[in-house]
Every structure is written in structure tokens, then in C-alpha cells.
Design a protein around this ligand. Structure first.
Ligand code: FPP
Length: 254
């Protein structure tokens, strides 16, 4: 198996950029399934089906690029407010994809992790999530974080509760809580913070996504609707990201 750094180096060379200019963690807000369907005179559900195919394709492409981590925002805690038939259709789609992606995840050495609250998800989705996470647990390639029933504020509240419980149990001192410690109690503990956050469908919002982790992420917005977002679009975003001067509040090195 070709190791991920070697794959990433090859991808960087193909794109004409340096290895260190490639993101280690790419996070994506997949938006525009509904507008894609509407523009084609189709039902919203058709947009979500095409969106799911685009998501699988991008996950596969990222694994082949040698990306260390990929997070896809698939369903937020706010999305339960959508009509019941749309929510049920989406849940059926997640269940199906969590099952059907397994051969690809195994072949590409990808480990699937869940970001979000399990509570509230249908049994069928939880069981497919668990099966896929168990099956891919020892895979050493890309970490694919599936944000499902996810909210950035909810994640922070869950981390605070967990920390408070540890303090009450005498397992942690209040003074030991710092940024690194807090980060280890988030759903995303197994990944570095996202370097690049891509949002499709031309919306300039963060929509309660990874609020803690994106403090210094580079933001890239494209007007493409999610079902139309493909490999060439991702290459374009990666090249744009490579031109960014990431200063983290300091002065430019150049
Ligand atoms: C936004 O489109 C997208 C979502 C609510 C998430 C749906 C995501 C997918 C179906 C891909 C899931 C991935 C897998 C692998 C199953 P929207 O409905 O908000 O679009 P609109 O803003 O144009 O109405």
C-alpha cells in the first residue's frame, strides 16, 4: 500500500504546489441539493440522492489524494426542522450509504468516525454507523468523519458536560483544562483542526459547523451546487488554498 504522504506528495506535484501547501484536514459544507433539483425540475429527494453520490465520489477522491482527514457535514441538529418526509428520506439515504460505502472504505484503507449526537438518530442509522465504524476501526489511511446529527454548539456543550463530570469524579483538576484538553473532549479529537473549509452553493455562512475547530481554517466558497461538485472543483479549491498566506495572527513570513 502506498503511504498517504507519498500519495499527497504526488497530488501536490500534479497540482503544481508544495506538499506543505496541501491541507491535512478538509471539511466540507455540502449545500445546494435542493436548488440543484429545483433547477432541473426534479424533487428535492433527487437532489439529495445525487448529493450522496457526489459525497461518496469526493470521499474516494480525497482518500486517493492522500488526505489525512475529511469531514462532511451531512445532517445538522437544525435539519430536524425540515418536513418529515425529507428527513425520513435523508435518514434512509444515510443508512444505505453507510452500508454501501463499506467495500470502498476497506479497499482505500479509510476509517469512518461519527461526529454528532447518537441520541435522536434512527436505530437503523445507528446500527449501520456502528457496523461501518467497527469494520474500519483499524484502517490506517484517511479518517472520514461523517457529521450526522451534528451541531457546533451542541458539541461544545457535550464537551463541557464531559469535562464537568470528570472534575466531579475527581479525575481532572479544573486548572488542567486548557485549549488542548478541551479539544480532546470534542467529537473531532482524533483529527487536527480543519485547514480548509469548503462550502458549495455560494452561501457565506458557517451554519453551526465545527465552531471551535475552524478558528483559523481557510474558507473557500464556490457557486457550484453540491451534486455538481467534483474532482476538478476540489483541485481548484486546493490550488486556491495553496495561495493563502496563513498567519495565525502573526506577521507574514514572506
Ligand atoms: C444541503 O442541501 C444538504 C444537506 C441537508 C445534507 C444532505 C447531504 C447529502 C445528501 C449528502 C450526504 C452524503 C452521503 C454519503 C449520504 P439543501 O437541501 O440545504 O439544498 P438547498 O439549500 O439548495 O435547499
Amino acid at each position: 500500500m502506498i503511504d498517504t504522504t507519498h500519495k499527497l506528495q504526488q497530488a501536490a506535484s500534479r497540482l503544481g504546489i508544495k506538499l506543505e501547501q496541501m491541507p491535512r484536514h478538509l471539511a466540507m459544507i455540502m449545500d445546494g441539493n435542493g436548488r440543484w433539483a429545483k433547477a432541473k425540475g426534479l424533487a428535492r429527494a433527487e437532489g439529495h440522492c445525487e448529493g450522496a453520490k457526489a459525497a461518496e465520489n469526493i470521499a474516494l477522491y480525497c482518500a486517493r489524494l492522500g488526505m489525512q482527514s475529511l469531514t462532511l457535514y451531512s445532517f445538522s441538529v437544525e435539519n430536524w426542522k425540515r418536513p418529515q418526509d425529507e428527513v425520513e428520506g435523508l435518514m434512509a439515504l444515510y443508512e444505505e450509504y453507510l452500508m454501501s460505502m463499506r467495500p470502498m472504505l476497506m479497499r482505500e484503507n479509510v476509517r469512518l468516525v461519527h461526529m454528532g449526537r447518537r441520541q435522536g438518530l434512527p436505530e437503523g442509522v445507528i446500527s449501520e454507523l456502528d457496523r461501518t465504524m467497527d469494520l474500519t476501526r483499524d484502517n490506517t489511511g484517511m479518517i472520514f468523519a461523517f457529521a450526522l446529527n451534528y451541531g457546533g454548539r451542541t458539541e461544545i456543550v457535550d464537551a463541557v458536560r464531559h469535562l464537568a463530570q470528570k472534575c466531579l469524579a475527581g479525575e481532572l483538576e479544573v486548572d488542567e483544562i486548557d485549549e488542548a484538553c478541551f479539544g480532546r473532549h470534542l467529537y473531532s479529537a482524533v483529527m487536527p483542526d480543519p485547514d480548509l473549509l469548503i462550502r458549495t452553493a455560494n452561501e457565506m455562512r458557517v451554519s453551526n459547523f465545527m465552531l471551535w475547530q475552524i478558528s483559523y481554517s481557510e474558507f473557500y466558497v464556490t457557486d457550484k451546487y453540491w451534486p455538481d461538485f467534483g474532482e476538478e472543483d476540489l483541485d481548484k479549491a486546493l490550488v486556491a488554498y495553496a495561495q493563502r498566506d496563513r498567519r495565525y495572527g502573526a506577521l507574514s513570513q514572506t
